[in-house]
Write a protein that binds this ligand. Structure first.
Ligand code: SAH
Length: 248
């Protein structure tokens, strides 16, 4: 999967994506990440990439010419997505959708704004869509780009057998949040691990885990329970069989 990133600070993205799962995805050939510096395409002696807004007002706006030139010089995979607080809200299903789309198109590309944003002609005539990572305003699109690259690549790496299947993971196919997890030591500062997880009875452990996913989602994110159509009769009896894990 190829992902091209266009930015005034391409090293921010490149360095973030050099470590851990992303670094392995790159060296293992799952991710072909190419970060381009928009400033390389500025033609004047000062390498200008921004200017004051027509009509006046605060801040600077990114000029269209270096952005168009950078995209045209690199022929990036489409869709080309502009990071923008007003865009379509990114979430786990969009991460899966983008990863699947990349199977067909070979990848996708991200354009990071800075300052007050980009000249509107970029939005109208260059990009295919606008994506937001939430109702919050950042100083630039680079953190948003890293977030999207990580979420999409993690799923692709999973699909290629490099990590656990994300079915029971939060926002996965189960539609529930993940259950609480424990590891060694068995007792830590007087807090121990639920007995059932130590029982070795795998069928009972799976029922217990499903009950905990339901308890947790009902309490933390009732909207998710509602959108999967509520709780079935079988699930109701699971909830009665296993009370909530006392992790609060
Ligand atoms: N003046 C703009 C905000 C510009 S923030 C407005 O009011 O909408 C500068 C850049 O940061 C944006 O061009 C965008 O690329 C990035 N950015 C800021 N918040 C973002 C968010 N929530 N999601 C994705 N990108 C964001």
């Amino acid at each position: 999967m190829r992902i091209d990133v266009f930015s005034l600070f391409p090293d921010l993205v490149d360095q973030f994506c050099a470590e851990s799962l992303l670094g392995k995805a790159r060296s293992g050939g799952v991710l072909d990440l190419r970060c381009h510096d928009i400033r390389d395409q500025a033609t004047d002696v000062h390498r200008t990439v921004d200017d004051a807004p027509y009509g006046g007002g605060a801040g600077m706006v990114m000029k269209p010419d270096p952005i168009f030139a950078s995209v045209e010089a690199n022929d990036p995979p489409r869709p080309l997505l502009l990071l923008s607080p007003g865009g379509r809200r990114f979430d786990q299903s969009m991460a899966a959708e983008l990863g699947d789309l990349a199977e067909t198109t070979g990848g996708f590309s991200l354009l990071c704004g800075r300052y007050e944003g980009v000249d509107h002609r970029v939005r109208r005539h260059l990009v295919d869509d606008e994506v937001s990572i939430g109702d919050v305003v950042l100083s630039g699109g680079e953190v948003a780009a890293c977030l999207i690259i990580e979420a999409v690549t993690r799923l692709r790496a999973g699909a290629m057998g490099n990590t656990q299947s994300p079915i029971t993971e939060s926002f996965g196919a189960s539609g529930l949040l993940e259950e609480p997890q424990y590891t060694r030591p068995l007792e830590f500062r007087g807090w121990d691990v639920p007995e059932v997880l130590r029982s070795g009875d795998h069928a009972r452990i799976e029922r217990y885990r499903q009950a905990q996913r339901l308890h947790r989602t009902i309490r933390e994110r009732p909207d998710l329970v509602e959108s999967r159509g509520g709780v079935t009769v079988d699930e109701q009896s699971l909830l009665e069989e296993f009370p909530p894990d006392p992790y609060h």
